[in-house]
Design a binder for this molecule. Structure first.
Ligand SMILES: Cc1cc2nc3c(=O)[nH]c(=O)nc-3n(C[C@H](O)[C@H](O)[C@H](O)COP(=O)(O)OP(=O)(O)OC[C@H]3O[C@@H](n4cnc5c(N)ncnc54)[C@H](O)[C@@H]3O)c2cc1C
Ligand code: SF4
Length: 331
């Protein structure tokens, strides 16, 4: 680990002050719980000149209930999100995903905003300075080749946040504040398929809150992940699944994926499952469909084919369990 270099630490108390402080020092970074950023700084991966600490900004800290939606401040901790009865009631997968991030101490100070803005990860990147130097760095930082796909110029570092795929199930929107004001956009648009530059945030933009509309009819959802160390690890593959049934057949189906590409995303081509009974043959087809879309690359020590298979297996397991719950609830 590197020593923490000299830097200025700002403590703004409003979103506008935070944005102004960042604009005045563009090499700075926003600091929330620090559970990702400070690790990267200590590894020499990032060297911000200043940090704008977000913990004292009241607007970021609460979960607000309205008749048709809930708003979750970016500074809400993962523990609060995982324990929120309101979030459990309407968006079970979101609460479950928050409860699956890292270990209890990370969830105590790690925030929703930090989780959604997490850097992408790769076994050739999340290493100490001397390790990366000994391997001539790589495209994502200071080098000129990708060790995962040496012939190309694309970075495949994987987005490995747990909460984003669960929020994608519910068409969540993010509220952003930047030097030119506030804007709102779909969470899906926050990400692009580029491990080197996976966030579409403009320079200095701060994620203020996530807005999620309550489904008009109750839906069931759940999240599951596979990881190397069960008590404290990033997903090798993470799956969020939302399902509704009518007359014993699938009426709605969404699957969100993380850990298997540079961005979290909703799986496509699931329309063919609508109207089918969720029997074993149907759910095994679903497993295979997800497996073919989980195009993990060699960015972890666990081989890509395992992560693809596990994404399918987790989907099968979640779909079986939700379908059974729905059948029992309707009988
Ligand atoms: C051992 C270990 C295991 C981990 N396991 C997991 C895991 O299983 N799943 C998982 O998802 N994560 C995991 N993490 C990563 C991390 O703990 C969580 O993702 C956490 O939610 C990050 O939030 P934070 O508030 O600490 O973010 P920070 O570290 O403070 O910030 C992360 C990034 O987001 C930016 N940022 C933060 N807030 C905002 C904002 N409001 N607007 C704009 N940018 C912002 C920061 O500038 C930084 O670039 C792990 C970390 C460690 C060290
Ligand atoms: S995928 Fe390639 S460029 Fe990206 S972090 Fe890994 S080795 Fe570096």
């Amino acid at each position: 680990m590197e020593l923490l270099s000299e830097l200025k630490l700002h403590h703004p108390i409003s979103v506008e002050d935070a944005v102004s402080l960042h604009a005045a020092a563009p090499t700075g970074r926003y600091l929330a719980g620090g559970s990702d950023l400070l690790v990267n700084v200590r590894r020499g991966i990032e060297q911000p000149g200043s940090l704008v600490y977000l913990d004292n900004i009241a607007e970021l800290q609460s979960i607000t209930d309205a008749p048709d939606q809930i708003t979750i401040g970016a500074g809400v901790t993962l523990r609060e999100l995982a324990n929120s009865a309101l979030v459990h009631e309407h968006f079970a997968a979101v609460a479950q995903a928050a409860g699956e991030v890292a270990g209890p101490s990370h969830r105590e100070y790690g925030t929703l905003g930090g989780n959604l803005c997490l850097d992408t990860r790769c076994v050739f990147y999340n290493q100490s300075e001397w390790w990366r130097a000994a391997n001539n760095y790589c495209l994502k930082s200071r080098g000129d080749i990708c060790h995962v796909a040496p012939g190309g110029k694309k970075c495949f570092a994987a987005f490995s946040g747990d909460v984003a795929p669960a929020l994608l199930l519910f068409d969540a929107e993010v509220e952003l504040a930047g030097p030119s004001g506030r804007r709102r956009m779909a969470l899906a648009e926050l990400y692009r398929n580029d491990g080197m530059d996976h966030l579409t945030l403009e320079t200095g933009e701060l994620l203020v809150a996530v807005h999620v509309a309550k489904p008009s009819v109750p839906v069931t959802s759940a999240y599951a992940k596979s990881r190397v160390r069960g008590s404290i690890d990033f997903p090798l593959a993470g799956v969020a699944l939302r399902m509704a049934m009518r007359d014993g057949r699938i009426a709605e189906l969404r699957v969100g994926l993380t850990g298997v590409s540079p961005l979290p995303f909703l799986a496509g081509k699931l329309d063919k499952f609508i109207g089918r009974a969720p029997d074993q043959a149907c759910l095994e087809d679903l497993r295979d469909a997800i497996r073919s879309q989980a195009k993990a690359m060699k960015t972890t020590v666990t081989p890509p084919h395992y992560r693809r298979r596990v994404a399918g297996a987790l989907t099968l397991k979640l779909a079986q369990s939700l379908a059974q719950d729905l059948v029992e609830a309707s009988s």
